[in-house]
Write a protein that binds this ligand. Structure first.
Ligand SMILES: Nc1ncnc2c1ncn2[C@@H]1O[C@H](COP(=O)(O)OP(=O)(O)OP(=O)(O)O)[C@@H](O)[C@H]1O
Length: 308
């Protein structure tokens, strides 16, 4: 199947001489939710801006649904909706007019049925006659999404969709994005907010210092890099870990009440059976135990650390 986005050997050097992107290769499939994750200044916005035709690449090639973004920019641009980071909407216009006008910018004929569907999908229908300035922050953000969808794009870019948004609204936004994906829209979102990628994405790409350091199915990424922690609640607190347990690399937590063992879920042997035997030999008894899976956040931190 033709990819939604295909990026080949893409580099960007700004006029200042700063290399914001270095030989980036990336393919995004139709119908997926792809999260581009990276710390501040990693190059996320630069990459999105190039794909959307707002910034010129220095080198490399980008195709959107098979259309070269430079030679074939019209159909490429037509396929994309971009929801920018900043709230820039026309304060005095009504929701309906703003969204309809956006469609007109793409030279498309009026289609009130489509605009109605978009506004209903985003729970903005009741507010269609309200002025933008009368809306809450969350509603304004949804208006930006409605504008980006007004010309029926197949691909939607969301740049930091929930930056500065409260938890409840964030959940609502995620719901909206899932609904769009169910309608067949390919979604690419950038975020520093790891929970967002963990919740939403089918695949995750991590970018750091202008380089893509990993692109993987989210579940695979978590599985392959995920480590687990076994936490044993000791019946009696201990000062130090007995030396005969050195080979397990244990640490103490909660003032000596909890013994912590990190292990690799992919390893042939986790070492848990050997550990439990050794604990018993050392005369250590525990009253409870649980395990903790590392989050995408832990994985991200270790990836970015390894890459720098
Ligand atoms: N117009 C420009 N001229 C020179 N340097 C730029 C320009 N725009 C961005 N940069 C630099 O390129 C790097 C990448 O910026 P970019 O905005 O793509 O990062 P980002 O990953 O989107 O960051 P954030 O998460 O903070 O939005 C940064 O070091 C930034 O200072």
């Amino acid at each position: 199947m033709q990819p939604a986005i295909s990026v080949t050997d893409l580099s960007k050097t700004y006029d200042s001489g700063f290399r914001a992107l270095k030989n980036v290769d990336l393919e995004i499939q139709c119908g997926e939710i792809f999260a581009l994750l990276g710390p501040n200044g990693a190059g996320k916005t630069t990459l999105i801006s190039i794909i959307c035709g707002l910034v010129n690449p220095t080198d490399g090639k980008v195709e959107v649904l098979g259309h070269d973004i430079i030679k074939d920019y019209r159909p490429a641009r037509q396929s994309i909706g971009l929801v920018p980071q900043e709230l820039t909407t026309e304060a005095f216009e009504s929701v309906w007019d703003t969204v309809s006008f956006s469609r007109g910018l793409f030279g498309l004929p009026k289609d009130p049925d489509h605009i109605e569907r978009v506004l209903r999908d985003l729970s903005l229908w009741e507010k269609r006659d309200s002025k933008i300035m009368e809306l809450s922050g969350g509603m304004k953000r949804r208006v930006l999404i409605a504008k980006a969808l007004s010309h029926e794009p197949d691909i939607l870019f969301l740049d930091e969709p929930t930056a500065g948004v409260d938890v409840e609204l964030r959940q609502a936004m995620w719901e909206v994005v899932r609904k769009l994906r169910d309608r067949g829209v390919t979604i690419i979102l950038t975020t520093h907010y790891i929970l967002e990628a963990e919740e939403m994405a089918d695949r995750v790409g991590v970018i750091n210092h202008g380089e893509i350091i990993v692109v993987q199915d989210k579940a695979d990424l978590m599985r392959s890099l995920g480590r687990k922690q076994l936490r044993l609640q000791l019946q009696e607190r201990i000062e130090t870990v007995p030396s005969e347990l050195d080979r397990f690399g244990l640490s103490l937590d909660e003032g000596g009440h909890v013994l912590v063992y990190d292990y690799d879920t992919q390893a042939e042997r986790t070492g848990i059976t050997a550990l439990l035997t050794a604990l018993s030999d050392a005369g250590l008894r525990f009253s409870d135990l649980d395990t903790k899976q590392s989050s995408l956040e832990d994985i991200f931190v270790s990836l970015v650390k390894d890459a720098s």
